[in-house]
Design a binder for this molecule. Structure first.
Ligand code: DAH
Length: 346
């Protein structure tokens, strides 16, 4: 080993032996292993040396570096242990105190319910898929039988993305519902298909206890030969029974959505009064939880399915509404205001 490195080694190790606390140790580390230390500079300068010298000096310098690092760590451990021992001797640590509790994370209530709902449909043979939150007008509206200037567009207050085509149109938006995924899924696959699609949706709305500008929906779609409204009813009844209890009654009534024909809404028997009427259900005994219907033949045609051969049903529900009903949460804004006092309860 070169005399210079040899000298450095014994000086470093010698000084290390004298060190009595962690602060001095850190100063030592900077001096002997830091960026400006002789060792680091030597290693950096290797490239400038002729090849035969480089090998020898490089290996020696690395050897000293490894030794320094190892001894430094040993010293650190010794000093730390010494400090703990001294504090214990002085009686400053009460080792009989219980440890600090570890904070536990958990899934957000929306995630928990989403998984629960997906599980129910998964057990009936549905696949779970996801899709984009930034969507084209075509999928969110046009392809769902909601052309430009159609009054049904008023059902979905829309947040438009600030992107213009050369023709001055703004065809991009934040999806107002998960229904555009019906088209995307059908475009890419052939029947038979059964999917559910959970995800974020957005509306241009003032927020209040029952409205958020961002909320979650879950869409469902089943297409095959011979699917009827009875399949829709059976599937959704089973779903309601899994989520809200075996004896829970459900009610279907006609409703209008441009992308289904016929369209229905499903309500469940009120969780509070079981049908006799109360404040939660506005004295009706029923609580609406989702929209559904038979996939409109024009949607099937649009994606190249023959409506004379294939039929299907679709449904869509707001996800937050379900824990709100189950647990009596009276303000949807609680979900996304990051208040741990609320979130910890789930
Ligand atoms: N997308 C509708 C909404 O956001 C809900 C809906 C209704 C979805 C009927 C469906 C359906 O799939 O068939 O209001």
């Amino acid at each position: 080993m070169s005399a210079q490195l040899e000298e450095l080694k014994s000086r470093g190790i010698g000084e290390l032996g004298e060190i009595g606390d962690l602060k001095e140790l850190e100063a030592w580390r900077v001096r002997y292993l830091g960026k400006k230390s002789v060792l680091t500079q030597t290693l950096r300068g290797l490239a400038a040396l002729p090849l035969e010298e480089r090998r020898g000096v490089g290996a020696q310098a690395n050897e000293v570096k490894d030794l320094f690092e190892m001894r430094c760590e040993q010293k650190r451990k010794n000093l730390e242990e010494g400090e703990v021992a001294r504090t214990l001797e002085r009686g400053q640590i009460d080792i009989t105190l219980p440890g600090r509790p570890m904070p536990f994370g958990r899934l957000h209530p929306t995630t928990q319910v989403t998984r629960q709902i997906c599980d129910i449909f998964f057990n009936m043979g549905f696949q779970v898929v996801e899709g984009p939150e930034v969507e084209w007008d075509y999928y969110n509206f046009e392809a769902l039988n909601i052309p430009k200037d159609h009054p049904a567009r008023d059902m979905w207050a829309t947040l438009w993305v600030d992107f213009q085509t050369e023709g001055g149109e703004r065809p991009m938006l934040l999806r107002t519902h998960t229904s555009p995924m019906q088209i995307r899924v059908m475009e890419r696959r052939r029947p038979p298909l059964r999917v559910v699609i959970p995800g974020k949706t957005y509306r241009y709305e003032a927020t209040d206890a029952t409205h958020e500008s961002m909320f979650y929906q879950l869409e469902g779609l089943a297409v095959d030969e011979g699917i009827t409204l009875a399949d829709l009813k059976g599937t959704l009844l089973h779903f309601a029974n899994c989520l809200f209890g075996e004896e829970r009654r459900v009610r279907f009534r006609c409703d209008y959505f441009p992308f289904v024909e016929p369209g229905v809404e499903m309500a469940i028997e009120c969780l509070v009064c079981h049908g006799s009427g109360c404040r939660l259900c506005s004295n009706t005994g029923w609580i609406e939880i989702l929209g559904a219907g038979m996939v409109h033949p024009r949607l099937l045609e649009r994606v190249g399915y023959d409506p004379a051969v294939y039929t299907g049903f679709a449904f869509g529900m707001g996800i937050e509404r379900i824990p709100m009903l189950k647990y009596g949460i009276d303000d949807i804004r609680l979900f996304y205001s990051n208040d741990l006092r609320f979130l910890r309860q789930f």
